[in-house]
Design a protein around this ligand. Sequence first.
Ligand code: GLU
Length: 461
Amino acid sequence: MTQVRTRFAPSPTGFIHLGNIRSALYPWAFARATGGEFILRIEDTDLERSSQAAVDVIIEGMAWLGLDHDEGPFYQMQRMDRYKAVLADMLEAGHVYPCYMSMAELDALRERQMAAKEKPRYDGTWRPEPGKSLPPVPAGVQPVLRFKNPQGGVVAWEDKVKGLIEIRNDELDDLVIARPDGTPTYNFCVVVDDIDMSITHVIRGDDHVNNTPRQINIFRALGKEPPVYAHLPTVLNELGEKMSKRNGAKPVTQFRDEGYLPEAMVNYLARLGWSHGDDEIFSRQQFLEWFNLDHLGRSAAQFDETKLRWVNAQHLKAMDDEALAALVSTQLLRNGITADERLPHICGLFKDRCDTTVALAHWAAAFYADITPNAEERTQHVTDAVRPALADLAEKLVDCVWDKASIGAAIKEVLTAHGLKMPQLAMPVRVLVMGTAQTPSLDAVLALQKQQTVLQRLKNA
Ligand code: GLU
């Protein structure tokens, strides 16, 4: 069997969002799952709308998610000579022809067709046929090149998502594949690239379904068999609209900055249009073991941030504390906070109550930077009735061995001496030391704080 070769071919015309990156995840996974190769190709021929910043987000986002490529990135703008050479061959072989119809003539044609309730399409005026005489070539007009689409018959393919699709050739007019200045157009470049890059499986968004029969005809004109196609249903945003930058979709890298884990993103994105039984939480490794093109969903998938947070929380809980600390320390650094060797333990203690590394960093900050106790909780818990016990605890902690067991014993002694129940003392201590009354068990939290910090914060009672 020939080696699987897939590609992701984004246009850098806006910041890549989750809907786009899912079109990278599946071809990547299919290549990895089959021992194949994954190619990155940047389709940057729309000079006005393409930007380097958008390319950077593509490359950064893919690296973050671990969607590594074996070849590329190839840039279409750097392949112009190749496209022009293929165009010249096609002209020579009679697969394309020059068309001198002006814009005004095309407009007039369209209007006539609309008035006659026909589908607007090029009428083949300049298409050479045996025995047909073409109009005289107008002086000083640079022609476009049109592809001589086959007439009659159908173009059919077995789409891995949508099943058999058949389009009658009569529905397809002769596509412009080079502009008057000789630059090739989109559908043509894609085919030349997919041939040159020996792509075996094209897995892409279904906004390209209409291009596929045209591309297949170009493949055949070039003497090649088209690849296998899988057209993925759209990803909708939370309002049920097609996800797009225009309606507020975030660039992929923003999820990294908001504290999502790459493993969780891959898990969540994988489920957005593919399933393996009822499995909701799985590792990258499991995903690659299970992934194939037979279980791709047929209907549009809807993004759900609450679910993404939940998936992230599951991965966060399962993650090794050292690895987690590395990510949290990056988040802390962004706020000018340098962590120390306590951070993995802090992560271990707080990760169960966090759904992002940003939330975790927020907790960790209370160990490395000043805190301001929540005013309401302070009024509620730090009362005159409990102040003597707080002072007593502070005194006991001065000479305390700084570990969880000894701190726990000191707390118990104060509870007994003052006839208090655990929450009556623990709540005000938490508010003073951590800023809020909702924390994991007090002895564990205090043991991770520095002794001096605890004593100082208790003084603010
Ligand atoms: N450049 C196209 C896009 O970003 C993808 C083309 C393809 O995958 O064939 O939508």
